[in-house]
Design a protein around this ligand. Structure first.
Ligand SMILES: Cc1ncc(COP(=O)(O)O)c(C=O)c1O
Length: 416
């Protein structure tokens, strides 16, 4: 069967398709797999209890339950949810917003598809525009949002060694060049894959650059403030009409409900609503309905700060300790853990590519993600891209230890 160019693009293979396939097949295989590859959040008992109670409350209100599953929401999402979220953000962050500044999507992955196409490609006048990623490595899921068009341009970070075996990427502000070929900038904060949290100063510098060019700065807050707040440094939540904030319920523990949230200026919210209508009529109602009480009461903030963040903070530093044992004597550095649910490990001078390391690990039942997928838009080849892997520490601690030990063995074999 012949496919159109669109079909050929979809089926040619890409990092995010491989990642989600691995996640699915590891789930199906159960048993002996160490899944350190995917972006599934950890199973946090207190969060699971909260979600189950929220579900019972919904079921115990038959009129509400019937409305939730029996009607399409508006293309911008349920009005009560949007109003409640705007009120929460006004209360907790002091932002001057209303429901008009909030849209719901079917997960933030779909938000990015729309936003990147809203701000790249041909405009009414001027040259074609691209999305600038001011710091790579950056989230693998962005890479194919142009459906085959090269919509990204990206910068390398500067690398700052920290102590014996850590390092930190910083935005290379001197290399930042923004002109009329850039339609928007985007950063994830915390960054997937590295767990880097851009400092407030870095964010302010990017905001200034975007404002002076009249383009939006898209901040991907999938792990960020104010929820799920998987951030181990001080990071100020920021919003104004020059920013587009993308949030999600996934990393609180609800990836299955596929709920993304956009907070932005009204024209952008209208465009998101139009895209929802065209692509899927309406966003799913279930996630917003399940979390409405948590948002109205503010529980979502308390749960993020008191349950979700400490859970990942503990796991991050436990996993660093495990890595220090497993990688002893190897030329490794770990990106300073500042947030999100991953560790990014750099094996300087790795004699095989990170894709080959991924393959060898997969053959032993350990799933990680090869580093080179995380540099969308970075044209020049850079050995560093092939020397890093992303390791998720969200899963079962025993599996993480087993997987990290096997990574140590395979890397040692590669260097031998
Ligand atoms: C940085 C980042 N942004 C966006 C997403 C997409 O999240 P979702 O579509 O589940 O809301 C993810 C998922 O892993 C992510 O890591």
């Amino acid at each position: 069967m012949a496919f159109s160019r669109f079909g050929q693009f979809l089926t040619q293979g890409s990092g995010i398709v491989q990642l989600m396939d691995d996640l699915g097949s590891a789930g199906d295989a159960g048993g002996d797999i160490c899944m350190l590859g995917g972006g599934n959040p950890g199973a946090i008992g207190a969060m699971q209890d909260y979600f189950r109670n929220a579900m019972r409350t919904l079921l115990d209100d038959p009129a509400r339950f019937d409305a939730v599953v029996g009607n399409y929401d508006s293309p911008h999402g349920d009005a009560r949810f949007r109003e409640a979220l705007a009120a929460l953000l006004r209360r907790t962050c002091g932002w001057d917003i209303g429901a008009r500044n909030v849209a719901v999507t079917n997960g933030s992955q779909s938000t990015f598809f729309v936003l990147f196409n809203l701000f790249s490609g041909a405009y009414e006048s001027g040259p074609e525009r691209q999305i600038l990623l001011p710091l790579t490595p950056e989230y693998i899921g962005y890479a194919d949002a142009g459906l085959g068009r090269e919509i990204f341009t990206a910068n390398r970070p500067s690398i700052e060694p920290v102590g014996e075996d850590l390092f930190k990427y910083r935005v290379d502000l001197n290399a930042l060049s923004v002109d009329d070929r850039i339609g928007a900038m985007c950063v994830s904060r915390p960054t997937n894959p590295t767990g880097n949290v851009l400092t407030d100063d870095e964010v302010d510098a990017l905001r200034d650059t975007c404002r002076s060019q009249g383009i939006p700065l898209i901040l991907d807050c999938a792990y960020g403030t104010p929820f799920p707040n998987i951030i181990f440094t001080d990071a100020k939540p920021v919003y104004d009409e020059d920013l587009v904030l993308c949030m999600s319920l996934s990393k609180l523990g609800l990836p299955g409900v596929r709920t993304g949230i956009v907070v932005a200026a009204e024209p952008i919210i209208r465009a998101i609503g139009a895209a929802n209508a065209i692509l899927s009529l309406a966003p799913g109602s279930f996630g917003p309905a399940l979390m409405l009480d948590a948002i109205e009461t503010g529980d979502i903030i308390a749960l993020s700060n008191d349950v979700v963040r400490p859970f990942y903070h503990g796991k991050a530093f436990d996993t660093v300790a495990i890595m220090r044992q497993a990688f002893e004597g190897l030329p490794y550095r770990i990106h300073q853990p500042e947030g999100a649910i991953f560790l990014w490990v750099w094996f300087e001078g790795l004699p095989i590519s990170s894709v080959e390391l991924y393959r060898r690990l997969k053959a032993r039942g350990v799933y990680v993600i090869a580093g080179e997928h995380f540099f969308p838009g970075l044209e020049a080849d850079w050995p560093h891209k092939h020397e890093c892997i992303r390791v998720s520490y969200a899963g079962d601690a025993g599996r993480v230890r087993q997987g990290v030990d096997i990574i140590g063995e395979e890397v040692r074999r590669a260097f031998a």
